[in-house]
Design a protein. Sequence first.
Length: 435
Amino acid sequence: MALQSGFNITGLTLISSGSNYTPSTTFTLTARDKGQGSGFSGTCTSNSSGKIRSDNLTISSGGSNYSSGSWSFYPYGSAVRTTSGATTYAAETINLTTSPSADDFTNKKIGVFDSDDNFQVLTYTGVSGTTYTGVAGWKTFLGGSTSPSISSGTSLFNVVRSSDIPGEFTSISITGTTGGGRGCIIVPTIGFDNDISIDDIRTEKGEAQGNNDIHDLYQAFGTVQRTNKPNFDWYSDGPAYSNPLGVFDSDEIETHPIRFDEFFGSQYDAYGGSGCFSVDTPISLPDGTQVNIEDLYIGQEILALSLPTMPLDFDTQDTWKDWEVNTIEGAEQTIATVKEIYFDWYQNYYILNNRIKTTYEHPFFIKRDSIYKFVITEELQVGDEFLTDTSGSFLFETITSIEKVNEELETVNINCEPYDVYFAGGVLVHNVHEK
């Protein structure tokens, strides 16, 4: 869930009325944004002479997450060098047609248009022969490919920060025109009219309210994927996306400070974006049927379990992790209600018993050596036993295989109340992770 809607289009200014538009006609306005802006709608009207009127520009919806014009670089001056041979995504070297100098680029920042025509800003640490070495800073862009490359013969530029003009990277277009209308220029005003609350962020991360440490907020922000923080200043000094494991690459160190408004529109997944299942994982319902976790809806009832002393959300920190019992006497199946649904992407995952796809930190209810407890995925062992959803029988399923898969996986997690456990893939799991 996004905490706030981020920057939106709050105003329109007519710079040029253009000409040859169909007289006395209302046209639809759309916005094009280099970032993740969407949802804007508006209209404009022409006068009897076919010019766009300045007194009838309307905004039906301001949309959300439009660029403030502060997060980008653009090429500066003429080309400094030219590439030789193709450069693949995440490559640590760039080959050139001529021998480079270590000081070719200001602050060792290279600007280059990739195969998706997005502007990459890369850094390098040195040179060797006809090659820049220690290249880092590759990024993927919304709507682009997952591994953009650089073609042979591509120009490399110095870069300069944007001039922070609101709306500089958002343009307004008139659609549905006939009669050869042209020349109209409408400039949007980008702003926001909402607030952001650290309390809201902590609640969404699954933390009780208390000492709202801004450092914790920075840390969490660093594990949110770039596509989930649309107002993040990608090319400045904000925390780089590491990965959901919190392991940083040597060239992607979390740095400070960031502007507080960069938190606008950020989407934190359940409990810090951790503990998830593949989108096709079946969730058990009270009537004995199942539905894929991605198809659940807020307010839907799902099968749960009531067990005396079982720890729930917001107990003392990680009580579920330390909790264990030697009996499940008093346990009974019950009903919980889905309160939140969270989507995410992970770079790797585990397959349990050849069917359950889950992330490394999700807690499973197991029996091990006659002790019942919750254990996260990466600490499960072959021979542990899952509690299944077999009605009233409390049958257990032995773990026979645990496989780690190093490929990307789209995931879903849920929060259910008042019982914070549910059956995923036919076995009992908790809806929290390590805090």
